[in-house]
Every structure is written in C-alpha cells, then in structure tokens.
Ligand binder design. Sequence first.
Ligand code: SF4
Ligand code: SF4
Length: 124
Amino acid sequence: MAQMSILKIVGRSLFSKPVTRRFPFVKRDAYPATRGHVAIEIGKCIFCSICAKKCPTDAIVVAKPDRNWSIDRLRCIACGACVDACPKKCLAMANSYAPAAIEKKSDLFHQETPAAPVETKPAG
Ligand code: SF4
Ligand code: SF4
C-alpha cells in the first residue's frame, strides 16, 4: 500500500514542473507584507543611537564620532523596533531580503557629510 502511494508521488513528480527555483537566477517575488531587511538612508541619520538601544538582539552599532552605522544581519530578527523608534525616519523595512552572507561581518554605512539641520520656523 505504501509502495503505491510512493509510486503515485514519483509518477506525479515526473510530469510536473519543479517546485524549486534556480536561485539566484530566478528569484521569488516578495509578498507585500514581507519585512525583508532593515534599510537606512544614511544621509538623514543623526547617530542618536536610539535604534541600537531599542534593538533586542544588539544587531546595530552606532559610532557617532566616525559617523558610522552598522548592522549585523545574522543577528537581526526583522522585528522592526529600530524602524519604529528612529526619530529621523531614516530606517525602513525594505520589501526584499538582504543578499546571502558568505562571511560573518556587519554591513557598514558611513555618512560623508553631517545630516543637514531641520529648518524650524520661529513661533508667532
Ligand atoms: S535612531 Fe535613526 S537617527 Fe538615530 S542612530 Fe538610529 S538610524 Fe540614526
Ligand atoms: S529589525 Fe529588530 S532585530 Fe533587526 S536591527 Fe532592527 S531592532 Fe534589531
């Protein structure tokens, strides 16, 4: 009986398309709700470190003197806490997965020039 079921599966598989994709040549489309990976607009960052403090896995390291922001994507659990906490709205959950890592290192983002101060109008 079990052999019959197996033969049925084998027969079906012989005449159907493969269920796998030829990654990386054929990529899976992300669902609209896919959190994907954390993306940063480094030009808007003020290096306040709030994102690093909110991160439950210590995936983010902020170095204000060097104007560096880095993320260890192997630690990140895509919870979105850093995105919600950023006061400058320079973080977002991008709707695509980060490229596969071949070595254990953080993604480093460096800001060349300091973020422009936000213009404020005098009250009254
Ligand atoms: S919370 Fe936003 S502005 Fe502050 S360091 Fe993180 S990314 Fe930069
Ligand atoms: S998404 Fe969550 S785990 Fe990933 S860096 Fe942001 S706070 Fe940390």
